[in-house]
Design a protein around this ligand. Structure first.
Ligand code: 3HC
Length: 706
């Protein structure tokens, strides 16, 4: 008996319970305990059946991901699985909650599997940049067949219990037992009575036609050029043609290659980033209850925000300026809900009830009088927002949280327009708000701690990734975006075309390059902002007048068929006229263009991103490096397998980043300045990931001394 594995005997049945909260990950302690317990039970003549199950909410979520990249601790999971399979005593497993990765690999190494209702099984390793590495690629296809096995393993999808039964991954579904332990006893009894047949998965032979393997291999290489582990998973499955031990050995070889890959580092970082951002200093303050939400403004953002809450089951009041805008807002929301019905996220009946009973649209702010939280999503203008908040102050009930969906503006100034600044914060949603996962939670100087924890609790309800930010122009995401947009313009001035910049960054993993993104969003908004800022622009700023010229010609991006590109048949094509303007701009600035390769482009752009990320981390705008990475990953299309700009900085090493900045500064020492925090890390060979959390400006010791 150990802390993480409990054994009880019931007559000839040995019940083995894995108890390693929260998700029974098969970390070293669990492996060691099972490695000691199973052979002992197997050699005990009084034990006639062994039944393995999990305590708490789940069977097991697989290997302990936190062990990746660290020195391995024996016994290794594949050896443990082989030992389970080798048992002479019938050994069965009872699965509830989730049996994922190494958890399912243990289960398929046992001699029969029972599922409980609600179970989901899967081999999600590909999503972490690896492949199943404890026999999953060898045993799952032996149970479900080659094509079904390949589909499961290369997609990593969670398979529901009924489908798992149909596929042959589990042998039975038990919907009568009250607990996994009861189910384990019932199933073990069935084995004793000969009513449940046991067998060794590794003894099953399945055909492995070479053409099927070649087809899947080619498909994975085509679909995932930046994720070599997807194709590697197919190679491992091909080893099912060999005896089980040889196949597992080959699988391990492929697994180890993937484990050492930068993609694995990026994807595992992203997995933990998604969860790490919820650790906030206010965590001790219980959130306020939120049973209804008000939204001010029903344009693209407001309608998206309202939809997000309606989809989460919360009633929404929405106010607009006039009847026509109110009707348009209702139509937008109805359209979003219709989309949810089409995607199977909501039934038609629920949609009808939601629109009829849970959405109230009005032209009067009073409609929000009873809302627990009101989010303003009006035009991005400080005076407009201040007057809305002043009016809202007279309408909202005491204790209601008042949030602004600003993407740049000073939340403290907006809060000052009310008599209750402690109830005010920024909730920066990303468009489309009912789809995008990022939510920047902007905490003002006077925001009460329970207002912040309420925002984090709500984000969980909405299945979003909340990231805490302090106030600055653009907060975390848009502050970095502004900087990288300037860097992208520099690349054009230096000699690249928009298509080259976009192409290089897309080949590196971004879903869409910066210029294609601007065309998609529409160039007119940025044009208006540039015109506003022109009088105060720093004369030292290298300014490219290309976007202005494109707009002056009446081209605003995709919606007008032309922008940085032409969109004649839908697909983007280089625009010779735009290239001629670019050439004229370079000539006016006395620049002779030079050839830039993909690597030059990626290095320049990424360094600008890291530079701004380091600066805002030094300013205490983000609590920690991983929060910055989460913003870029979940709101700005940063490639997941690259993990985020600050993981990239840590992987490159701060000194390398600093050297790049100093080299770029030779051409532009206004734009390129070394952030003090980066200088400090470079001097001490430190890493962003190791910095303590801080939401106030960090004291800097450029020599690296702490
Ligand atoms: N290892 C280590 N920690 C894990 C973990 C794992 N496999 N799975 C989850 N956790 C941690 C989370 O980080 C989180 O920690 P925190 O509270 O400190 O932030 C905690 O457990 C709870 O997790 P969630 O917040 O994600 O809880 P949910 O209930 O929302 O989801 C889950 C549960 C579906 C199991 C989800 O956690 C999940 O998908 N986990 C990963 C599953 C997976 O990828 N397994 C394969 C692992 S790789 C492997 O097995 C290799 C093998 O082939 C050799």
């Amino acid at each position: 008996m150990t802390d993480v594995v409990h054994i009880t005997r019931v007559g000839p049945i040995a019940l083995v319970e894995i108890d390693n909260p929260p998700v029974n990950a098969a970390g070293a302690a669990v492996r060691q305990a099972l490695w000691a317990a199973i052979p002992e039970l197997d050699s005990d003549p009084d034990v006639q059946v062994i039944a393995l199950y999990g305590a708490g909410r789940t069977f097991t979520a697989g290997a302990d991901i936190r062990e990746f990249g660290k020195p391995p601790i024996p016994p290794m999971l594949p050896d443990l699985c082989q030992r389970l399979e080798d048992c002479q005593t019938p050994l069965i497993s009872v699965l509830h909650g989730t049996a994922l990765g190494g958890g399912l690999e243990m289960a398929v190494a046992t001699h029969a599997r029972i599922g409980l209702p609600g179970l989901r099984v899967g081999l999600p390793e590909v999503a972490l940049g690896i492949i199943p590495g404890a026999g999953g690629t060898q045993r799952a296809p032996r149970l479900v067949g080659l094509e079904a096995g390949l589909e499961m393993i290369t997609s990593g999808r969670h398979v529901p219990a009924e489908e798992a039964l149909q596929l042959g991954l589990i042998d039975r579904l038990d919907s009568t037992s009250a607990t996994p332990r009861d189910a384990a006893r019932t199933a073990a009894q069935a084995v004793l009575e000969g009513a449940l047949v046991t067998r060794r998965t590794g003894d099953i032979d399945i055909p492995i036609p070479a053409d099927v393997i070649a087809r899947w291999s080619a498909e994975m290489a085509r679909k995932y050029p930046l994720l070599p582990n997807r194709k590697a998973a197919v190679e491992a499955v091909a080893a099912c043609a060999q005896p089980i031990r040889d196949g597992v050995r080959e699988e391990r070889r492929v697994f180890n290659v993937c484990l050492d890959s930068p993609e694995r580092a990026g994807l595992v970082h992203a997995f933990f980033a998604e969860r790490a951002t919820s650790r906030i200093p206010e965590a001790g303050s219980p959130p306020r209850p939120v049973g209804s939400v008000g939204v001010i403004g029903g344009g693209t953002m407001g309608a998206g925000i309202a939809t997000a809450f309606l989809l989460a089951g919360l009633p929404v009041s929405l106010s607009e300026q006039d009847a026509a805008s109110a009707a348009a807002a209702r139509d937008r929301i109805a359209g979003h809900l219709e989309g949810a019905v089409k995607r199977g996220k909501m039934t038609g009946e629920t949609r009808d009830i939601t629109l009829a009973k849970h959405l109230q649209v009005d032209t009067n702010l009073d409609v929000h009088a009873q809302a627990d939280l009101v989010i303003e999503a009006a035009w991005e203008d400080l005076e407009t927002k201040k007057s809305i908040f002043a009016a809202l102050d007279g309408v909202a009930k005491p204790g209601a949280i008042l949030a602004t969906n600003t993407s740049y503006l000073d939340v403290d100034s907006i809060a000052a327009a009310t008599t209750r600044p402690a109830d005010v914060l920024g909730l920066h949603f990303f468009s489309p708000a009912h789809v995008m996962r990022l939510l920047e939670v902007v905490v003002g100087a006077q925001t009460a701690p329970d207002v912040t924890t309420t925002a984090f609790a709500l984000a969980k309800t909405l299945r979003k990734v909340p990231v805490r930010a302090r106030i600055c122009d653009g907060f975390i995401g848009n502050r970095i975006l502004n900087r990288t947009r300037m860097a992208a313009d520099h690349l054009l001035l230096m000699g690249a075309s928009p298509a080259q910049v976009d192409g290089a960054l897309e080949r590196w993993g971004f879903a869409l390059g910066p210029f294609a993104t601007l065309d998609l969003a529409g160039l007119d908004i940025g044009w208006a902002a540039r015109k506003r800022r022109a009088p105060t622009r720093d004369p030292r700023e290298r300014y490219l007048r290309l976007a202005d010229r494109i707009c002056e010609a009446g081209h605003f991006g995709r919606k007008t068929g032309r922008g940085y590109y032409r969109y004649d048949g839908g697909a983007r094509q280089e625009d010779p006229e735009m290239l001629a303007w670019l050439q004229e701009e370079r000539a006016e600035q006395g620049i002779s263009p030079r050839a830039l390769g993909d690597q030059d482009i990626v290095d320049y752009y990424l360094t600008a991103m890291i530079c701004e990320a380091a600066a805002l981390l030094g300013d205490g705008i983000a609590l920690r490096a991983v929060d910055v990475d989460a913003v870029l990953l979940f709101g700005y299309g940063f490639p997941r397998q690259r993990g985020g700009p600050l993981l990239q900085a840590d992987m490159l090493g701060p000194q390398t980043v600093l050297d790049r900045i100093e080299a770029y500064a030779k051409a532009d020492d206004h734009f390129w300045q070394v952030p003090p925090l980066l200088a400090q890390l470079a001097a001490s060979d430190g890493r962003f990931a190791k910095l303590p959390d801080s939401d106030t400006p960090r004291p800097i010791h450029p020599t690296g001394d702490a």
